[in-house]
Design a protein around this ligand. Structure first.
Ligand code: TXA
Ligand code: MG
Length: 326
């Protein structure tokens, strides 16, 4: 950090007020922000990302005390979760309030809201004074940026101003919880673990069904590097990587923590950190690194699906999903 000054935050707020797009750091990933109440600016986000207009955005606000107007009502479960996890990597889906244009919700009568836990994002929200709609600052379907340089590489001049807040601490996106129904439901695993949510709510939550390794067709690709991603069991990673290398592919390997200390015969190797928090923090950077090294195949395995491992496994499955042509 240190590269962001008060005048940079003022400038970013001015860009937002003028209908421009600002890339901003959050604790999860960098966002591509626009004034949530400016439908033209919001539409530009979709153009720049190449994102289908029906794919709703998250509105970022400065604190739970600012929910009025952005949402119609705050059910008890939402209030409880906001109290415990905001600011933080938790997004709540609530009924849409009058301040939210339909452009931001893809036409839905619900809206996703979160309070990011990053000093620069919070400072910008306070100076700007309104809500900022921000998806991850990457082209639709590709790897989310976890550093300002990733944003510049991904979006270049398409973004009017980049606030550099250093590398993101959490590294995977927020957990999305729908609190519009009778019981809260997790829509996307992320930076707040299912176990932590359940501890606060006092009951188990449903998590979107997970498919098994190598089952194609259920997870259209998203969070995906240019290289193809194949998932195998941890003990098969080395053999699979060497088989594909032998067949002439430029193979990148996610070597599972605790693998035998073998020197893998492959183009590039990432040693997966033993700590799941470090793995989450590094995940998107590892995928970008293997792309930059010219890999055409990445061989990886899934971590245990508990704690942050659930979000990592979700992103790896999506990265390995069938590539769509839309
Ligand atoms: O950590 C994050 O959540 C990051 C940072 C920048 O805040 N943002 C992010 O945004 O991941 P994006 O646009 O990449 O993902 C937003 C997700 C999408 O999967 C979208 O479908 C879901 O939020 N979403 C948004 N509004 C929704 C709604 N009303 N109902 C259900 N899902 C919604
Ligand atoms: Mg995204």
């Amino acid at each position: 950090m240190g590269r962001v000054t008060v005048s940079n935050i003022d400038k970013a707020a001015a860009v937002l007020r003028a209908g421009g797009l600002v890339a901003l750091p959050t604790e999860t990933v960098y966002g591509l922000g626009a004034n949530a109440e400016d439908p033209t600016a919001v539409s530009r986000i979709f153009q720049v990302k190449g994102r289908p207009p029906t794919h709703p955005l998250i509105v970022h606000i400065a604190g739970a005390e600012h929910l009025d107007g952005w949402v119609k009502e705050v059910p008890a479960a939402a209030r409880l979760l906001a109290e415990h996890f905001w600011p933080g990597p938790l997004t709540l889906v609530l009924r849409r309030g009058a301040r939210v244009p339909l452009e931001a919700t893809g036409g839905l009568q619900t809206v996703a809201v979160r309070v990011p836990d990053h000093p620069i994002a919070l400072a910008l929200l306070k100076v700007f004074g309104g809500g900022i709609t921000a998806p991850s600052a990457n082209r639709f379907g590709s790897v989310s940026p976890t550093a300002a340089d990733d944003v510049r590489a991904e979006l270049g001049d398409a973004v009017d101003f980049v606030l550099d807040g250093g590398p993101c601490e959490v590294g995977v996106e927020s957990t999305i919880v729908d609190v519009t129904g009778d019981t809260p439901a997790i829509l996307r695993p992320g930076g707040v673990t299912c176990e932590n949510l359940e501890a606060v709510l006092g009951h188990p939550l449903t998590v979107p069904a997970a498919s098994h390794v190598r089952v194609p067709g259920q997870h259209p690709s998203h969070y995906a590097p240019r290289a193809r991603v194949v998932l195998v069991e941890p003990e098969e990673v080395i053999a699979e990587a060497e088989r594909a290398s032998g067949a002439g592919q430029q193979v990148g390997v996610f070597l599972p923590a605790g693998s035998p200390d073998a020197s893998v015969k492959a183009h590039a190797v990432v040693a997966v950190p033993a700590s799941v928090a470090a793995y989450a923090r590094g995940l998107y950077g590892f995928l970008r690194e293997l792309d930059q090294k010219g890999c055409d195949l990445i061989v990886a395995s899934l971590p245990a699906e508990e704690g942050l491992g659930l979000a990592i496994a979700n992103r790896l499955r999506r990265a390995a999903g069938p590539r769509s042509t839309v």
